[in-house]
Design a protein around this ligand. Structure first.
Ligand code: PHE
Length: 340
């Protein structure tokens, strides 16, 4: 009989629950009127005298441990209920935090700057509100130069026409040359503004990355090799062609086309059936520009290039309308979530 009581004590010690009904069940089973304890107490008179002492002691142990178990679980359950009131169920699984997505323009800008920083270019930035000198004159575009019309400008100050929203980040390159000695290797990403009609293909605000390399004995072949490296890294394609072009600040100047291929219907559409796509402008920095920035063109030469980030992003992500970048439609932005 004593062993039986000891077995019950063991069971009581192991018992646990986190709900009130089970605990009440347990209480009735042990401590209730017709419970285990009372059954044993009723047995007491039938126990032989010499065992009475030990029997009494053991049964008391069972009573104490059942009572304290009930108290302990009661307060545990009560404190859990209290927590629930304050914080909800603390044991529930966590809700994953929604992680935002980088804007595709930032993604592409970061990729481009990383590619160039891997070959020693640093990143330079400058103001969006510029003066005539840094946006035009220093870049070999004196007043009344017809090429100023190539970039329809938003003027902030019109009399005289001096303060404006920069039309390209070449203005940053001018500032960089004014403040740094060659060798210069710098990438200037940033937002630019042009007074153009908004359509699927063009916008009055867009982003550029321009690059500048100035050192002794820099030649056109260095430019070409840099472009091949860049297109290979960004697009995984390095078949390019350079078409003669004109920019006032470079001489000679070229437009860079990349061979995109004609494998899919989209390839046909975006390359207008030619397989070739224009991706940027470039050239050898005009000696006049170097002079304007106090760099001796007899000692130094360099190359520059510039591209529109939107255009590149549209190619990489197959986006058909430039306006998508500025509408902040979360359904559009969410699609870039997994990218870095
Ligand atoms: N600044 C030119 C533009 O905005 C791009 C360019 C940069 C071309 C450097 C040649 C060299 O169109």
């Amino acid at each position: 009989m004593i062993d039986k009581i000891k077995a019950y004590i063991y069971e009581v010690e192991r018992f646990t629950t986190d709900n009130t009904e089970d605990l009440e069940q347990f209480r009735i089973q042990y401590l209730g009127k017709k419970g285990i304890l009372n059954t044993f107490f009723a047995e007491f008179k039938n126990v032989p005298n010499e065992q009475k002492k030990e029997f009494g002691k053991t049964i008391n142990e069972l009573k104490v441990s059942a009572q304290s178990k009930v108290e302990q679980l009661k307060s545990e359950i009560a404190s859990k209920i209290e927590d629930k009131g304050l914080y909800g169920d603390l044991s529930r699984p966590g809700e994953p935090l929604e992680i935002g997505a980088r804007h595709p323009i930032s993604l592409v800008k970061n990729r481009i700057t990383t590619i160039f920083s891997n070959i020693g270019f640093n990143v330079s930035e400058g103001p969006e509100i510029e003066d005539d000198w840094h946006n035009f004159s220093a870049l070999n575009l004196p007043e009344y130069h017809p090429a100023r019309d190539m970039q329809d400008t938003f003027f902030i100050q019109t009399d005289p026409k001096d303060i404006l929203l920069r039309t390209h980040t070449s203005s940053v390159q001018v500032r960089y040359m004014e403040n740094n000695e060659p060798p210069i290797r710098t990438i200037s990403p940033g937002r630019v503004f042009r007074n153009e009609d908004i359509s699927a293909r063009s916008h009055c605000i867009f982003h550029q990355v321009e690059g500048l390399y100035i050192d002794k004995n820099v030649s056109f072949k260095d430019l070409k090799q840099t472009l091949i490296y860049f297109t290979q890294e960004l697009f995984g394609k390095s078949k390019i062609r350079l078409r003669p072009s004109y920019f006032p600040f470079t001489e000679p100047s070229a437009e860079v086309d990349i061979y995109w291929g004609l494998e899919t219907e989209t390839d046909y559409r975006i390359t207008k059936g030619t397989g070739w796509l224009e991706i940027m402008g470039c050239g050898m920095v005009d000696p006049n520009v170097l002079k304007n920035c106090d760099i001796d063109p007899k000692e130094y030469s360099g190359f520059a290039f510039g591209m529109g980030i939107e255009r590149i992003a549209m190619l990489l992500y197959q986006i058909g309308d430039i306006r998508m970048f500025y509408e902040n439609d979360v359904r559009f932005l969410k699609q870039f979530k997994s990218s870095l």
